[in-house]
Design a protein around this ligand. Structure first.
Ligand code: C2O
Ligand code: CU
Ligand code: CU
Length: 468
C-alpha cells in the first residue's frame, strides 16, 4: 500500500496501464532446437508407487551465445524435468532445497490434502528436504509445479523454477492420440523474459510491472529463444503451459492452420474443439493436436503469439502412419446445479500493489473462507478492477484455486466457450466480467485462491480457505 502515488491527470497513466510490453522479434538464442525436458526417473520399482527426487538449485544458463545468465532450476540450471505418474499411484517426492533462501513446492492443479499442497505455509528452509506423499486421485492431465513462497513467488518462478507434471490414466492410454514424448507429444513451457545487455534477468519491477505484472520482451519456449521443432508430417500433440508471470498469449500458426484442443487445465475435454487460436492466461494449460499431414517434407510453419513468431516447426519427414483426430475424448461427470449447498462471491478489485479479493489482501494468520468436504459450491468470481483514481485500465486477473479442479458453468451470463467446458483450475476474468464456477473439495486442509499474475499474488491478491 502507498508504494507510489499517482496524481490525477498525469499522462503516463494510460500508456503504462494499457500498453503491453512489445516483443522483440527475430532474436536468436543459443539453443536452435527446442529443448525437451526429460521425464524424471521414478526411483520406486513397485507397481502403483512412485518416488522422485527434485533438487532446487542455482544455475547458470546460456540463453544467448557466450552469455551466461544466473538462473534457478530443478535438477538442472533452468526449469525442471517432467514428473509423470499414473492415476492411483502412491507418490512420494523429495524436494531438496540447496538455495540459500527458503522456497516451497506447490503442485498446481493436483488434488491433494492441504499439508501436501506446498503453499506458503509449507516453507522449505535452505539446505533441507521436504517429502510430501499423496495418492493420485484425478484424471489424466497436464499440470505443473512451482514455488509458492509468500511475496516471493514471482521472483523464484521468473528465475526458472517451474516444471510440468503429467498424470496418465486408462483414458489417456486408450485414446488414439500421439504419445511419443519429444517426438509427437511435445511439452511447451512458454515464458517471457527481459534481458539486460549482459544477458542477466534481474527481477526488478518498474512502475508498469507493479501495475499489470512483470512482462518481458523476449519469449522463451522450454528455455530457448525462437527455437525450431522438427516433426514428421503427422498428427502432433502440443502440451502448452503459459508459465509466464503476467503475460497472456494468443497462440496460432502462421498459415492460420486449424487445430484441435483436446485438454484444458485439469484433463481431457469431452470432445475435441476445432480452433485457429487459443488464448492462455498465466498458469493455464491447453493440449492441442495439430495435423501436419497436409504439409510436405521441407515445409515450415511458425507457431505464434498473435503475430509474433515464437517457434519454427520444420516438417522433415513424410510419415506413412495415418492419424485422425478423435472427436469423442472422455466423459466428464458434470456437477448438478441442483446440489449446490452454498454460493460465495469473490470480487477482485484494485490495481497495482493495491489489488484485493473481497476487499482484503493476503494475511497468513487469517482464514477467509470455511468449507466442508464434498459439498458442492457455486463460486461467483468477478473483476471490478478499473485502476481507480479516474484511470481507465483494463486489468485482467486469472483466478486460480488450489486443491481442486472446477467446472465453469457461466461466463458473463452465457455458456462458457467449448474449450472452457472441461476441468479447470485457473480462469481468466477480465475487467467487468463475471464467471460462475462449481467447485467441490475432496481433500481437507488449508488452501489458497489467488490471482495468477504473480506480481498481483505477491502484492497480496490471495486468500485462504479451510476445508473441514
Ligand atoms: Cu500456480 Cu497458487 O499457484
Ligand atoms: Cu495452484
Ligand atoms: Cu491480478
Amino acid at each position: 500500500a502507498g508504494f507510489f502515488f499517482i496524481n490525477r491527470g498525469e499522462t503516463f497513466n494510460e500508456s503504462i496501464l494499457n500498453t503491453e510490453v512489445p516483443l522483440k522479434n527475430s532474436q536468436k538464442g543459443k539453443e536452435t532446437k527446442l529443448p525437451i525436458p526429460p521425464i524424471l526417473k521414478d526411483k520406486n520399482p513397485e507397481e502403483g508407487k512412485a518416488e522422485f527426487d527434485l533438487k532446487v538449485q542455482n544455475g547458470r544458463t546460456e540463453f544467448f551465445e557466450d552469455q551466461k545468465t544466473d538462473t534457478l532450476g530443478y535438477n538442472g540450471n533452468y526449469l525442471g524435468p517432467i514428473i509423470k505418474v499414473n492415476k492411483g499411484d502412491e507418490v512420494k517426492i523429495n524436494v531438496n532445497n540447496t538455495l540459500d533462501e527458503s522456497t516451497t513446492m506447490h503442485w498446481h492443479g493436483l488434488e491433494v490434502p492441504g499439508e501436501m499442497d506446498g503453499g506458503p505455509h509449507q516453507g522449505i528452509e535452505p539446505q533441507s528436504t521436504w517429502s510430501p506423499s499423496f495418492t493420485i486421485n484425478q484424471p489424466a492431465a497436464t499440470l505443473w509445479y512451482h514455488p509458492h513462497l509468500l511475496d516471493k513467488t514471482g521472483e523464484q518462478v521468473y528465475k526458472g523454477l517451474a516444471g510440468l507434471f503429467y498424470i496418465e490414466d486408462e483414458n489417456s492410454t486408450k485414446l488414439d492420440i500421439p504419445k511419443n514424448h519429444g517426438i509427437n507429444d511435445i511439452p511447451l513451457v512458454v515464458q517471457d523474459k527481459r534481458f539486460t545487455e549482459d544477458g542477466d534477468i534481474p527481477y526488478e519491477l518498474d512502475m508498469r510491472d507493479t501495475m499489470d505484472g512483470f512482462m518481458g520482451d523476449t519469449i522463451l519456449i522450454n528455455g530457448a529463444i525462437s527455437p525450431e521443432l522438427d516433426v514428421k508430417n503427422e498428427l502432433v500433440r502440443l502440451r502448452i503451459l503459459n508459465g509466464s508471470n503476467a503475460r497472456a498469449y494468443d497462440f496460432n500458426f502462421s498459415d492460420n492452420a486449424t487445430f484441435y484442443q483436446i485438454a484444458s487445465d485439469g484433463g481431457f475435454l469431452e470432445k475435441s474443439v476445432e480452433m485457429t487460436n487459443v488464448t492462455l492466461a498465466p498458469a493455464e494449460r491447453a493440449e492441442i493436436l495439430v495435423d501436419f499431414s497436409k504439409y510436405k517434407s521441407g515445409d515450415k510453419v511458425t507457431f505464434r503469439d498473435t503475430e509474433n513468431n515464437i517457434m519454427t516447426i520444420n516438417i522433415i519427414e513424410e510419415s506413412t502412419e495415418k492419424t485422425e483426430v478423435p472427436k469423442e475424448l472422455v466423459e466428464i461427470p458434470k456437477y448438478d446445479k441442483g446440489k449446490i449447498v452454498r454460493s460465495r462471491e469473490f470480487i477482485m478489485s484494485g490495481s497495482g500493489p493495491m489489488v484485493t479479493i473481497n476487499g482484503k489482501q493476503m494475511d497468513m494468520n487469517r482464514i477467509d473462507e470455511e468449507l466442508k468436504l464434498n459439498e458442492l459450491e457455486e463460486w461467483v468470481v468477478s473483476n471490478e478492477s478499473s485502476g481507480g483514481m479516474g484511470m481507465m485500465s483494463s486489468s485482467p486477473h486469472p483466478f486460480h484455486v488450489h486443491g481442486t479442479q472446477f467446472q465453469i458453468i457461466e461466463r458473463n451470463g452465457g455458456k462458457p466457450p467449448l474449450n472452457e467446458q472441461g476441468w479447470k483450475d485457473t480462469v481468466m476474468v477480465k475487467s467487468n466480467e463475471e464467471v460462475k464456477l462449481l467447485v467441490n473439495f475432496k481433500e481437507k486442509g488449508l488452501f489458497m485462491y489467488h490471482c495468477h499474475i504473480l506480481e498481483h499474488e505477491d502484492s497480496g491478491m490471495m486468500g485462504q480457505f479451510i476445508v473441514k
